[in-house]
Design a protein around this ligand. Structure first.
Ligand code: MG
Length: 255
């Protein structure tokens, strides 16, 4: 118990130190967890925990609705020959990740998230190519986040405008960022969304969108930036968040 308390205190201290030294700079979002750390795998519970342990501001993960209407956490639509949207959760959640874990349910993921209360959840609902399925997924996610009392710690992101609109309707107070890069900040603002979460290439093509977004009160997140040169560019752009597979490298650049 004493060892656990010491470790928790140390993590809190590192997070506090990082917050005060990087105030006003972009915040670090681990992409699919800190999966490059030891024993990591994309979207695994271990990688969520690793992102928390190094003091990331947030950690991103991907959610699908299975054929039997369950929510699971995985990136690829097709994994080991199984389509996330066409199989039942029981089949999907028996599939092994590279670190030996099995694909987690959203329920298991949120239970793990609750053990690390200082890290923000960046929940991506994947595009299902079916408006009704996305709306059902949004409804189920909203209920689950409320049941776990995690709504205030969660930002929603999606490439699907339909999904963003569904969440906007269901969760008026929750921050929702649009991923697809095809709308101007003004158009995103007009839809009542809270931010743009666009690719590095999109923001490189439209650097003026960063200032425009900020003037409209929108937040700016950029994905997925992994090399030092581009991370430095994003810092110079004064975006609000950088989503990266290299959270420790970004943390060093921000100090
Ligand atoms: Mg994602």
């Amino acid at each position: 118990m004493k060892v656990y308390r010491t470790k928790t205190t140390l993590i809190l201290f590192i997070s506090f130190l990082f917050c005060i030294t990087t105030y006003g700079q972009p915040k670090v979002i681990a992409h699919r967890g800190y999966w490059k750390a030891a024993q990591g795998a994309q979207n695994s519970l271990a990688s969520w925990t690793q992102a928390c342990n190094i003091g990331c501001f947030g950690s991103e993960f991907d959610v699908w609705l299975t054929a039997d209407d369950q929510l699971i956490v995985n990136h690829d639509r097709l994994y080991k020959g199984i389509y996330m949207t066409q199989a039942n959760a029981e089949v999907i959640c028996n599939l092994k990740l590279p670190n030996g874990e099995t694909i987690p349910t959203l329920e298991a993921y949120l239970q793990q998230a609750k053990k690390h209360p200082n890290t923000r959840l960046i929940l991506e609902l994947k595009s299902h190519g079916n408006d009704e399925r996305e709306i059902l997924a949004a409804e189920k996610i909203s209920v689950m986040l409320q049941q776990h009392e995690l709504l205030e710690r969660t930002d929603i992101i999606s490439f699907s405008l339909n999904a963003c609109k569904a969440f906007r309707h269901l969760l008026p107070q929750t921050r929702i960022q649009y991923l697809n890069g095809d709308l101007t900040p003004q158009e995103v603002h007009n839809l009542g969304l809270n931010g743009i979460d666009y690719s590095f290439k999109t923001l490189q093509r439209h650097p003026e969108w960063i200032e425009q977004a900020h003037q409209l009160g929108l937040e700016v997140n950029v994905w997925t930036v992994n090399n030092e040169e581009n991370l430095r560019k994003c810092i110079d752009w004064k975006v609000d968040y950088i989503t990266t597979d290299e959270p420790e490298l970004l943390q060093k650049l921000l100090l």
